[in-house]
Design a protein around this ligand. Sequence first.
Ligand SMILES: Cc1cc2nc3c(=O)[nH]c(=O)nc-3n(C[C@H](O)[C@H](O)[C@H](O)COP(=O)(O)OP(=O)(O)OC[C@H]3O[C@@H](n4cnc5c(N)ncnc54)[C@H](O)[C@@H]3O)c2cc1C
Length: 292
Amino acid sequence: MTFEERVPLSRFTTLGTGGPARWFGRPESVEELSEALRWAADQGVAASVVGLGSNLLVADEGVDGLVLKLAGGLATATVDGETLLAGGGAPLAVCLHRARAASLGGLEFACAIPGTAGGGVWMNAGAYGSDIAAVLDRALIVSAEGESWRTPTELGLEYRRSALRPGEVVAQTEFRLYSRPADEVKATVAEMQARRKEAQPTNKRTFGSVFKNPEHELTAGRMLEACGLRGYRIGGAQISPRHANFIENADGARSVDAIALMVEARRRAREQFGVELEHEVQLLGSLVLPKT
Ligand SMILES: Cc1cc2nc3c(=O)[nH]c(=O)nc-3n(C[C@H](O)[C@H](O)[C@H](O)COP(=O)(O)OP(=O)(O)OC[C@H]3O[C@@H](n4cnc5c(N)ncnc54)[C@H](O)[C@@H]3O)c2cc1C
């Protein structure tokens, strides 16, 4: 397959920041994906994937490697009986739509998650008491070394993490759903979306939760709110005035602005609560979150 060069990744992140990928490819089948990953391995360059960029912070200087965005047959979803078959690049919104049209329940929680099936597996994304691990039957993982189907246990799915390693790509997923009338699915989704709208910024560019919830009586959002960080701004990035565990692109933000906010948030949480916040957002390129 052919690759484009120096494609701006800001187009593919919900925050709207990030520099160019040195090489960029859109594999449409498992064969093309394998070929791209083997090419990167032969060249000795790192390969990574972007989904819908909804929990991703990309370095402003870009990524000196191959970045892939799954497309074509790797980004569609179909239903077979009570199983939803989705390419790793299929938006969860499309998966949910297909499930509802086939009168299948189980994926309603995904209405809150603006990512792909593959990104959902990588993050073990979840909301409203459910997560990908609860509904995933198995996923096809492709790397330069080969391919294998893995169960949630083999994928090491835990709270907002998996044991997948860089260079391992979720190419296909199979979700085990159950029969549920479409109007009931629709009603649950409407209720979840209304709750979401009340609590979080829904009309701003963000990347979802910045930090994982710590083992503490307060959530990360409540903790950062107690630190007085709502509305706190560095450069073009701002901690959401509505929910302190969200960073918004207020005006021409750069990824480095978001990193500076995260450093400050961690410093304050440590000082005020003695808690070391762990970031949920994934970093791509030469970004590091310095320990201060
Ligand atoms: C408004 C908003 C609300 C959100 N609410 C929630 C929520 O309620 N719950 C929740 O869990 N998350 C939430 N998120 C975060 C985000 O939607 C999830 O983490 C989602 O799973 C990320 O999927 P993605 O496809 O956008 O992945 P990306 O953000 O593009 O990537 C995230 C990570 O997954 C990797 N990745 C992506 N695709 C693949 C693949 N096919 N194979 C291997 N690795 C891959 C990337 O390399 C990266 O490391 C929210 C985000 C926003 C913007």
